[in-house]
Write a protein that binds this ligand. Structure first.
Ligand code: FPP
Length: 241
C-alpha cells in the first residue's frame, strides 16, 4: 500500500546523545542504538514501498566533534556498510551517498564503494546516506563547478537556470524529498538539503532517534497524508472568478 505515502523521505536523525544521557549511558551507546534505528527504519521504509530514504548520517559540521566521537561514528558507519550488505541485497535496496565523500577515511570510502557497486542493479528503495554533507557546501561546490564551465566557455552566465544548479548537485537525479522528519524536537534544518527542501513537508517528533520505530514513521506518514501541497500555487478548484 503506497497510496498517500511520500515517495522520498529525508530524516535528520537527532538525539542519540540525549537518549543515552537520559538513561545514564555513554554517547557511544547512544550512537550504537542509533545504528539499530537506521537498520529498522530502512527495512520498514523499503517494505512500505518508499522510493527513497535519505539519512543525515554525518554532517560537515560533525567533523568538529571530539576526535574519539568522530572515530566511533566512522567505525559504526564502516561496520554498517559491511554488515548490512545481505539485508540491502535481500530487500532490493540501492545504496547511494551524497556529501564531500573524499573527506571520509579510506576504509569507509572503500566499504561505501563496495556496497554501492554491489547494490547498483537493485530496483527497490534507494537508501541515500548524507556523509560529510552540508547543504551550503553542496551549493558552493555546485557554484564552483558552474564557474569553471563558464570560464571554459561552455556556458554563458545568463544561461544558468535552476536546472543548471540542480544538475551540479551531488546527485543530480535525486528527486526532492516529499517529507523531512526531524527527531528530538529541534525546529531547524541544520544545513540539510537546503536547495532540495524548498517545498518539502516537515514533521518534527519529540522522540529521540534511538527510540524511533515504525509507529513514529506511521505518525509522520499520517500527518503527511493530511497535508495539501500547493507548491506556491492554489489548490485546484479553489480559484474564483
Ligand atoms: C545525532 O545525535 C546523530 C548523529 C551525530 C548522526 C547519526 C548517526 C548515527 C545514527 C550512527 C551512524 C549512522 C549510520 C548510517 C550507520 P547527537 O549526538 O547529535 O545527539 P544529541 O544532540 O542528543 O547529543
Amino acid at each position: 500500500m503506497t497510496e498517500g505515502l511520500p515517495g522520498h523521505v529525508a530524516i535528520i536523525m537527532d538525539g542519540n546523545g540525549r537518549w543515552a544521557a537520559a538513561r545514564g549511558l555513554s554517547r557511544t551507546r547512544g550512537h550504537a542504538a542509533g545504528v539499530e534505528s537506521v537498520r529498522v527504519v530502512t527495512r520498514t521504509c523499503a517494505k512500505k514501498g518508499l522510493r527513497q530514504l535519505t539519512l543525515y548520517a554525518f554532517s560537515e559540521e560533525n567533523w568538529k566533534r571530539p576526535k574519539r566521537e568522530v572515530e566511533l561514528l566512522m567505525r559504526l558507519l564502516r561496520r554498517f556498510l559491511v554488515r548490512e550488505r545481505p539485508e540491502i541485497m535481500e530487500n532490493d535496496i540501492r545504496l547511494t551517498a551524497i556529501g564531500r565523500l573524499h573527506r571520509l577515511p579510506a576504509d569507509v570510502r572503500r566499504e561505501l564503494e563496495k556496497t554501492r557497486e554491489m547494490s547498483e542493479g537493485n530496483r527497490g528503495m534507494v537508501l541515500n546516506l548524507a556523509l560529510s554533507y552540508g547543504g551550503r557546501q553542496e551549493l558552493l561546490d555546485a557554484c564552483r563547478a558552474i564557474a569553471h564551465r563558464v570560464r571554459a566557455g561552455e556556458l554563458e552566465p545568463d544561461e544558468i537556470t535552476e536546472e543548471t544548479i540542480t544538475a551540479h548537485l551531488y546527485q543530480p537525479d535525486m528527486p526532492p524529498p516529499d517529507l523531512l522528519i526531524r527527531t528530538a524536537g529541534e525546529m531547524r534544518f541544520s544545513n540539510f538539503l537546503l536547495w532540495q527542501i524548498s517545498y518539502t513537508e516537515l514533521h518534527v517528533t519529540p522522540s529521540c532517534w534511538p527510540e524511533f520505530r515504525e509507529e513514529h514513521l506511521d505518525e509522520a506518514f499520517e500527518s503527511y497524508a493530511r497535508r495539501v501541497r500547493k507548491f506556491g500555487g492554489l489548490v485546484p478548484g479553489t480559484a474564483s472568478g
